[in-house]
Design a binder for this molecule. Structure first.
Ligand SMILES: [Zn+2]
Ligand SMILES: [Zn+2]
Length: 336
């Protein structure tokens, strides 16, 4: 029997769950986008979708969302807006095709969901199965594919990615796992991104072979270190370096330059001390190293700095820079 989507998500959690939990959603989101928007050379299409969907699984794991379930809740074999299959939103202006009160609308979708999950035909929810559900509800996707090529799907996925990003940011800002409203929103948006990605991948592949390709890619665990539990690869540095560490690094360097440039400060701390930190920070390559050097520097100059007699302008400059650094390292740790 083929792997189900839930099972594949759990497999990825075994391999990458611990690593990803340390990274936070913006890191994972960045890589999802980076992979999804690669040029579609025909021999790389599988790789694009395997990677993009893996990152979607990773974000889902971060928030304890089961993507298969999220998809079926949002798309219980009918369109979530017109409640029909095929979708007739174009005629109903995205309103239900049957007349329902607002409260009944939600119940209607919940009932449809219950029917779908109790249907034996849906026991093995593979990527192909999801694709066939989407195509039954939205046969127009295939027409758009035929007439407009890949652009239509990429634009739609882009819109959904933006909405998912908004939902995740709201979740990071306000939500805890107890906050059902924000969580539902994330899981809804996640279902949309997933639906568009599977729609596109299925069209590339003529509705076959996606689950097999995905399972194959992870059949011997992590594709780089081959661990089946807790991948031991170093997290990639590009994104967090761009987002946080590079800024912290420059700010540390400018703080050290201020110390170097002031005679009193240079004598107080010693040129060896200043140059030592300068060398360490320039050579630091990981976010963790940069943070720990910054932290050590702030602690070792903090108290002594208060006691030295220096020019008021320099003092302000030094303390302002330290405040920036304290802020930078506390932001870096906001997801850990
Ligand atoms: Zn519809
Ligand atoms: Zn690995």
């Amino acid at each position: 029997m083929s792997n189900t989507i839930s099972k594949l998500q759990r497999t990825l959690k075994m391999i990458y769950g611990k690593q990803n939990a340390k990274q936070g959603f913006d890191y994972l989101f960045g890589y999802m986008i980076k992979n999804y928007y690669r040029p579609r050379k025909s021999d790389q299409v599988d790789h694009i979708f395997i990677k993009s969907i893996s990152y979607l699984f990773a974000i889902a794991n971060l928030y304890d969302i089961d993507l298969e379930d999220a998809f079926l809740r949002k798309y219980p074999c009918v369109c979530p807006y017109c409640f029909s299959s095929p979708c007739v939103c174009i005629l109903t202006k995205k309103r239900p095709s049957i007349s329902l009160s607002f409260a009944d609308e939600e119940q209607e979708l919940r009932d449809k969901y219950t029917i779908v999950i109790n249907d034996k035909a849906n026991v093995s929810m593979t990527f192909e199965k999801v694709f066939s559900i989407i195509m039954k509800i939205y046969p127009n996707n295939a027409c758009d594919w035929k007439h407009h090529g890949v652009a239509f799907h990429m634009i739609k996925t882009g819109e959904e990615l933006a909405e998912l990003h908004e939902a995740c940011c709201r979740r990071e800002k306000y939500g805890s796992t107890k906050d059902t409203a924000t969580m539902l929103c994330v899981s809804d948006e996640m279902a949309d991104v997933f639906a568009w990605m599977i729609s596109e991948w299925g069209l590339w592949r003529n509705a076959a072979g996606m689950t097999e390709a995905f399972s194959q890619h992870y059949s011997s665990g992590c594709s780089r270190c081959h661990k089946k539990i807790d991948c031991k690869c170093q997290p990639r540095e590009e994104h967090d370096t761009l987002l946080c560490s590079e800024y912290t690094k420059h700010t540390v360097e400018s703080l050290l330059s201020i110390l170097q440039g002031d005679e009193v400060l240079k004598n107080t701390f010693g040129i060896g001390f200043i140059n030592g930190f300068m060398k360490d920070i320039r050579e630091a390559s990981s976010e963790r190293q940069i943070d720990s050097i910054t932290d050590k520097l702030i602690k070792s100059i903090g108290e002594r700095l208060r006691r030295v007699e220096i020019d008021q302008r320099i003092r302000t400059e030094v303390f302002d820079t330290i405040a920036l650094l304290e802020d930078a390292i506390s932001k870096t740790h906001r997801y850990s």
